[in-house]
Every structure is written in C-alpha cells, then in structure tokens.
Design a protein around this ligand. Structure first.
Ligand SMILES: [Zn+2]
Length: 400
C-alpha cells in the first residue's frame, strides 16, 4: 500500500476507536467477579458484548468446562497472516472491588490486570471492522481463564494452542508499557520438604541417628546460594540472568525440639528458551544428592510457570508494532526484557510464534488498588489496530 493510503487508514482508525464504547466494555468486564478458575460469568459477559456487536463468537471449552474460552475472528477475506490478540479474564484471589470511573481513571478488580487491556483489544477489533482497514490476513481474538498462579495452571491457553486457536503472532495487552519485551526468562516455583519419621522430640531425648531435617534445609539454602553464583554467568542482554532464589524456610516449633520437617521455597529462573526440562532435572539432582548425603528424604514440588522466550528484532511483528507505536506516540518504544512470566511465554514455547506483551501503563496489579487511565486504553486500542494493519497488510501476496 502506498504512504497516502497508509496515512489515510491510520487516521480512520484513530477516529474509529471509540472512547465511550471502550470504557463501557471495560466497566462491564470489571463488574463481573472472576477469580481464577471461576471466570465463566465474565467470559459469558464478553461473549454477549461481542455477539451484540455482530461478531460470530466461538466458545471452545479448552480444557475448562467451568469457563469456556471466548474466540472471535475478523477476516479480511484476502490472503495474509493472522494476528492474535490474547488476554486472560481471570483475576487474582483478592476481595472484589467494583468498577468506578473517576477523573478519567478506571478502578476495580482487573482494571489493570487485564480486563482494561482486553477491552482495548476488543475496541481495536471493532475499529478494524468498521474501517475495513485490514488489507489482508485476519485477526483472532482469544480470551480465557486459568492464568493467575498459584490458582490457575494455564491449561486453557495450552488447550487453545493444541486446538489450533493460534495466530502467526500474538499480542498480549498486559500492564507493560515502558518497553517492548523481546526476551523473558522462564520461571519455576519450587517447594522442597525434608521429612523424617516419628514425632517432634526434645533434643536430648532423640535417637542419635535421627535425621536433621532443619540442617538439611539449611544446607540446601547454602548449596542453592553457591549454585546461584555460577548461574548468574548465563545472561541475556534484555531479560537478565539465570538465578535461583530462596524466599522462605520453615521448620521447628521451639529452640530445643527436633522438628519432623523443613520446607524451603523459592524460584528458579532461566534465560535460554527450551531449557525447562534440563533446568528441572538439574534442580532435582541437586536436592536428591543432598537428601542421600544427609539421610533425609526430600519431596520436590517444581511448578513450571513458563519457558524463556526471545523474539527477533527483525521479526515482522516487531517492525509492525514499532510502526504503529510511532504513529500513535511519535517515537519507537525502547526494547527490553519482560519482568514477569505471562501467557506470551506459553504461546512462544508451545506454538513457536512471536509473542509481544504491550498494554496500558496501569497501576496496582495484584492489589486492591488497580487503576488505569482511559487515555491509556484508547492509546493501546489504536496501537493494536494499527499494528494489525501493518502486520496483516504488510506482506505482498502473489496473485491467486
Ligand atoms: Zn495478567
């Protein structure tokens, strides 16, 4: 497409993004409580909103009958890639805060994480349909439950990928706006418990061979600290370095009683995509070696939250995004690393597609004070729609 028509399409999109309609959608989504694993009612609400807009809505169960996912496609009916917009409708398990709009700021459960972002993606979809701005390809909108840990296990995203509800690239409107993340670390949460048979006993009354569970836990903390010193040498320019971190050790009741258990909890993070199994095997080997050496049986819980990922700076979705971002904000967004793990890690690992997390500059995720400026939601809607135009229409297709 030539530059005149590009500018024309952008201007049409800019004015097609409807602030009132976007806010109404965001408030409707926030008004339905949806703690993780119980997002069925808000999924129904979103499906109804989209159906009222005239979209054909699919509801794949996607491994969670309690809250079937919400899927909509917008086709240009011309060849080209599919850009996916994906968001989670569930919120963390905190007391429900109803929606409230005050001085251009939306408050309430999920306003930041991430019903505001989903509403912006929905508004982008509407603007693309109304302006018929997609020169090729299609948009796939997916929304689902089971995101927030530890309550959810990401089964619905995994099922959506397995069932083919996947684009050629995916954008996730999570609350990250100060950088474009081209890499992110994989992460697992571990819980190691050293246990012994028998009851708690006064230290002077215990049998000489009684396993020292607390000592084994302390030794594990030391070994993990030493491991961390070598891990940090494995680094990525954007996402940081490999780490192992202990945040909690729990054992004992009083100072002179031999306890029966000791639990150590923390995180293991890694920068290299595809290392999930090797990382877990290495961690288990370290713990098992200590368990044998100390004569203290250990149980290991190693919950992988997502693999590491990288997106090439040369990827078409990155240039499409920067073109759109510049058109809206005047400059390109600096690139960087993603500080958290989100569903983008899962899409990258399971579907092998580039995943860009970009959403509103919002506050208070995982607190009772979530807040997002409506201006930010409008900005995100414009960026998403313009990215779609650049990505889906940016390819020259051979005649059919
Ligand atoms: Zn989120």
């Amino acid at each position: 497409m030539d530059s005149a028509s590009t500018a024309d399409r952008r201007e049409k999109i800019r004015s097609a993004v409807n602030r009132e309609r976007l806010v109404e959608t965001a408030m409707a989504l926030v008004s339905v409580p949806s703690p993780t694993r119980s997002a069925g009612a808000v999924a129904d609400c979103l499906a109804q909103i989209l159906a009222n807009d005239g979209f054909e809505v699919q509801r794949p169960v996607a491994d969670w009958p309690e809250a079937p996912a919400v899927v909509v496609r917008l086709e240009s009916n011309r060849p080209g890639p599919t850009l996916q917009f994906d968001g989670h409708l569930d919120t963390v398990h905190l007391p429900f805060v109803p929606p409230r709009l005050e001085d251009g700021v939306l408050y309430g459960s999920g306003a930041s994480d991430m019903k505001g972002g989903i509403a912006a993606a929905v508004e982008a979809l509407r603007a693309l349909r109304e302006t018929e701005a997609l020169a090729g390809g299609s948009i796939l909108l997916t929304a689902h439950d089971h995101h927030e840990g530890p309550w959810g296990d990401r089964r619905q995203v995994r099922a959506l990928v397995a069932e083919g509800f996947v684009g050629d690239a995916v954008m996730l409107p999570e609350y990250l706006a100060d950088r474009l993340p081209l890499a992110g670390r994989g992460m697992a949460i571990f819980k190691v418990s050293f246990l012994r048979d028998g009851d708690p006993v006064h230290e002077v009354l215990r049998a000489p061979e009684t396993p020292d569970v607390l000592g084994a836990g302390a030794e594990l903390v030391c070994r993990l600290r030493n491991l961390n010193k070598t891990l940090v040498r494995t680094s990525d320019p954007w996402s940081g370095c490999d780490t192992v971190f202990v945040g909690l050790i729990e054992s004992g009741e009083i100072y002179n009683q031999a306890p029966v258990g000791c639990t150590v909890r923390g995180t293991r993070r890694w920068v290299t995509p595809g290392r999930t199994e090797a990382v877990e095997a290495g961690f288990r080997a370290l713990v098992n070696e200590l368990a044998v050496a100390s004569g203290t049986p250990a149980t290991i819980d190693f919950q992988v939250q997502g693999d590491a990922f990288r997106v090439s700076r040369e990827d078409a979705i990155v240039s499409a995004f920067q073109t759109a971002y510049s058109a809206v904000s005047g400059v390109e967004l600096p690139v960087g690393g993603k500080p958290f793990v989100d569903d983008g890690n899962t899409y990258a690992a399971l579907a092998g597609i580039p995943a860009l997390t970009h959403g509103p500059d919002a506050r208070g995720a995982h607190t009772l004070s979530e807040a997002v400026e409506v201006d930010e939601l409008v900005r995100v809607a414009r960026v998403y729609a313009m990215t779609a135009v650049a990505y889906c229409g940016g390819v020259v297709h051979p005649p059919q």
